[in-house]
Design a protein around this ligand. Structure first.
Ligand code: F6P
Length: 344
């Protein structure tokens, strides 16, 4: 058995733990070998690779980032891309690829499977928006980082009687905002799934700060949106991969809160700090289980699936079922334990 592996899309703590587990099971359990392609599909298209064996993967379990690099380059962005991928399979005598990626990369893997290239997907993203798995590795780490930041913001907010707007990642979904908001005791949590009413937000904060001295923490996902026609958010266009450029919702929100309430309001954008550093113990375990499961799936010829977590079991889900849509937050959880604390 000879497997190609690549890490694709935005990085995420736990990628190296997946690679390590995959390599160990392929090499030690099945006597096979693994080729790591650098910078995602770019390495396949340009034949930039290295052999990954147990020795090369020693010590990488707790390391953030990815030892083989990543990019958002996809084979379908160039006319000869799929042919180059097929040639790579032949040149390296590969049984297929293990693609560690988010929704976009897994969609690409599903298209390649349809075009005859064997792929197995491993879900990865701090956003936790991949369907077919209850959790993605990296999410727990990001939530821990955001919660620690919110804890720190509480004390400085209290000292100044301010509103602190904390912007966290979450382009299409609010999983990080919701979990970190609950864990950090946020005053309110604004998510992309539920458009917010700025007047309701401002009024709730004004009431909370009236009379007594209070600090408020507003956690906002970067993709959160105001109700149509209520607040202008600057449009930053799309990047070269067609993703909307985000950033700015927290400042727009803070300005609107200050204008409407007169309460001093500050902004903290946590940005890529959320994706950096060492994965939590939970993410290391999940990533290791998924890497090992991907190796077993390849050994049994289960191409065209994604390995995922369901009810604490690692399962195989057809790749076609998990792509082209995203897993939203649990609205019941939001309504039960985030909404009731809305500025109370
Ligand atoms: O998809 C994961 C993610 O972390 C999003 O939450 C965020 O919008 C995006 O990646 C940012 O990616 P980058 O700045 O690396 O292009």
């Amino acid at each position: 058995m000879r497997i190609g592996v690549l890490t694709s899309g935005g990085d995420c703590p736990g990628l190296n733990a997946v690679i390590r587990a995959l390599v160990r099971v392929v090499e030690r359990t099945h006597g096979g070998s693994v080729v790591g392609f650098r910078n995602a599909w770019q390495g396949v298209l340009e034949d930039d690779w290295e052999v990954l064996d147990v020795a090369r993967c020693r010590g990488i379990l707790p390391r953030g980032g990815t030892i083989i690099g990543t990019s958002r380059i996809q084979p379908y962005s160039r006319p000869d891309g799929v042919d180059l991928v097929r040639r790579s399979v032949q040149r390296h005598s590969l049984d297929g690829f293990v693609v560690i990626g988010g929704e976009g990369s897994l969609s690409c893997a599903a298209d390649l499977v349809a075009d005859g290239v064997p792929c197995i997907g491993v879900p990865k993203t701090i956003d936790n928006d991949v369907v077919g798995t209850e959790l993605t590795f990296g999410f727990d780490t990001a939530v821990s980082i955001c919660t620690a930041a919110i804890d720190r913001l509480h004390t400085t907010a209290e000292a100044h009687d301010r509103v602190m707007v904390v912007e966290v990642m979450g382009r299409h979904v609010g999983h990080i905002a919701l979990r970190a908001g609950i864990a950090g005791g946020a005053t309110m949590v604004l998510v992309p799934e539920v458009p917010f009413d700025i007047d309701e937000v401002a009024e709730a904060l004004r009431r909370r700060h009236a009379g007594l001295s209070f600090a408020s923490i507003v956690v906002v996902a970067e993709g959160a949106e105001p109700l149509p026609g209520t607040l202008e958010v600057p449009d930053h266009g799309v990047d070269e991969f067609g993703h909307q450029r985000l950033g700015g919702i927290s400042q727009v929100l803070a300005d609107a809160i200050e204008d409407r309430t007169g309460i001093e309001t500050r902004v903290t954008i946590l940005g890529h700090v959320q994706r950096g550093g060492s994965p939590t113990a939970f993410d290391r375990v999940l990533a290791t289980r998924l890497g090992a499961a991907a190796a077993e799936a390849a050994a049994s010829g289960s191409w065209g699936v994604m390995v995922g977590l369901q009810a604490d079991r690692i399962v195989e889900v057809p790749l076609g079922e998990v792509t082209k849509r995203r897993k939203p937050i649990d609205l019941e959880l939001y309504e039960r334990v985030a909404r009731p604390f809305f500025a109370s």
